[in-house]
Ligand binder design. Structure first.
Ligand code: NI
Length: 169
């Protein structure tokens, strides 16, 4: 297993649209293990392959308190969304230190393949529903800050670029 570098906003690679995973083979299984290790190491609750510069439809999530319930969703598709939405503060491993409100469906149903290539369907509400929607956005090349006002987004962009400059100095 290996820790993977996480792309940071405003890296243009975060805006690539992911392609479906063709087969859940050894390469994908290694990627899943590495993504889980990377997510746990960074104390995140979700990570999309896009964030580690792999542009295939794969996400890993763990919203459990004990950090022992990994959820792997390959080629996820929303099959149902609730009528209601709510505003929720979100953060992202690709936008470290930034938290802001995004409106998401209260509940969703999703079909996907699991880490062994078996078809599964997941019903989610609460934090898990928010996380699934956030991670699925990554696969479409969308980062949560794009829901914020242009003013806020530009401030975040400036802050991130400054941090990057300092880190490379
Ligand atoms: Ni994210």
């Amino acid at each position: 297993m290996a820790l993977l570098p996480i792309l940071c906003y405003p890296d243009s690679r975060l805006h690539k649209v992911a392609k479906p995973v063709e087969t859940v083979d050894a390469r994908i299984k290694t990627l899943i293990a590495d993504m889980l290790e990377t997510m746990y190491d960074a104390n995140g609750i979700g990570l999309a392959a896009t964030q580690v510069d792999v542009h295939e439809r794969l996400i890993v999530i763990d919203t459990s308190e004990q950090r022992d319930q990994p959820l792997v969703l390959i080629n996820p598709e929303l099959t149902w969304t609730s009528a209601g939405k709510h505003l929720n503060d979100e953060g992202c491993l690709s936008v470290p230190g930034i938290y802001d409100g995004v409106e998401r469906f209260d509940a969703v149903k999703v079909t996907a393949l699991d880490g062994d290539g078996r078809s599964r369907s997941v019903e989610a509400d609460g934090l898990l529903a928010v996380c699934i929607q956030h991670e699925m956005d990554h696969l479409m090349g969308k980062v949560f800050v794009e829901y914020l006002s242009p003013l806020k987004r530009n401030r975040i962009k400036t802050k991130m670029l400054k941090q990057l400059k300092e880190a490379n100095a």
